[in-house]
Design a protein around this ligand. Structure first.
Ligand code: PEP
Ligand code: MN
Length: 332
């Protein structure tokens, strides 16, 4: 249950009331809210006369629920606004991993040359094998920061585990919590303590409810800047790497108030299908699209088979603009 307190109640009083009824206390948009467990269906008597409004939920989808905020949240994604009434579809482009200064500078020159604003690149890679390239770590983060300085790009990079979360928060503009990392409570709780936007990717075996509950950890901890990212789930099919769950995206659009970004690259796993999927994603009216692109995919140190070469990426972006326009969105 979410309870909005009267605006005559101070923050200190709200915090005191929260501890008395064992609720979370958050302060959003000039109002104090208390959030109880979903089992609570009535305003506790201790709060009588002190409340403005309340919302009762059937489950733990609360702050992220469209029943709480019917309008989609607006999130400042670096230099770009998404969600709310913006109708922006932000493109996140760049390689799977930051591999060298030369590679990430070539990527940055390319992305900014297309008029795009967001550069991605992993520095702590969550690899399935310990023998694969694990990422450049802090050195990679410093290269991304350098690219932000030189090109004015917004930078997004992923956190693999809680050991380096503070570094990722410091160096990135947007924190990406990967499909394998999204259950890590250390990461989620640390992300709740910053105000930087957090893009949470759906685990490949994660239900929609569990996915949104990961977002609730960040929201209830005090960070309202959360974005969901569908990147493919595991089904019985093995012909493609994963299956992009567009039904799930429709569900998230209906039941949550969070901006939604789609990642066809990791879902497909092969470059040949990425452009078709990307157009299908944009046709749904979405807040962003993440597509991996590498100066020479054949030598990429991770996800080589799915990254688009620069020419194919450029062609894709041109083809996306009319698709976005047809559903009332702008590619940014
Ligand atoms: C990535 O974005 O490169 C990545 C590892 O994604 P995911 O967490 O979705 O596998
Ligand atoms: Mn990747």
């Amino acid at each position: 249950m979410i309870i909005q307190l009267k605006n005559t109640i101070t923050q200190a009083e709200a915090a005191q009331l929260a501890s008395e009824i064992q609720a979370f206390h958050i302060f959003y948009e000039d109002a104090n809210y208390l959030i109880t467990g979903s089992g609570v269906k009535e305003v506790p008597t201790l709060l009588s006369g002190k409340t403005e409004k309340d919302w009762v939920f059937a489950n733990d989808l609360q702050l992220a629920s469209s029943k709480f905020l019917p309008n989609k949240r607006t999130v400042q994604f670096g230099n770009v606004l998404i969600g709310g009434n913006t109708k922006n579809t932000v493109i996140i482009g760049g390689p799977c991993s930051v591999e060298s200064e030369e590679q990430i500078r070539t990527s940055s020159t390319f992305i900014s040359g297309l008029g795009l604003k967001v550069l991605r690149g992993g520095c702590y890679k969550p690899r399935t094998s310990p023998y694969s390239f694990q990422g450049l770590g802090l050195e990679g983060l410093k290269l991304l920061a350098k690219m932000r300085e030189e090109f004015g790009l917004t930078v997004i990079t992923e956190v693999r585990d809680a050991t380096h979360i503070e570094e990722v928060i410091e160096y990135s503009d947007v924190i990406q919590v990967g499909a394998k990392a999204m259950y890590d409570q250390g990461i989620l709780r640390a992300c709740a303590k910053t105000q930087k936007p957090v893009l949470i990717k759906r685990g490949f075996g994660t239900t929609l409810q569990e996915f949104v509950q990961a977002a609730e950890f960040v929201l209830s901890g005090g960070n309202p800047n959360v974005i969901l990212c569908e990147r493919g789930i595991r089904t019985f099919e093995t012909g493609t790497r994963f299956t992009l769950d567009l039904c799930g995206v429709a569900w998230l659009k209906e039941h949550t108030n969070l901006p939604i970004i789609l990642d066809p690259s990791h879902a497909m796993g092969y470059a040949y299908g990425v452009a078709d999927l990307a157009r299908a994603c944009v046709a749904m009216g979405i807040d962003g699209l993440l597509v991996e692109t590498h100066p020479d995919p054949s030598v990429a140190k991770s996800d080589a088979s799915q990254q688009l070469n620069h020419q194919d990426f450029e062609n894709l972006i041109s083809s996306l603009r009319p698709v976005a326009t047809s559903v009332g969105y702008n590619i940014v």
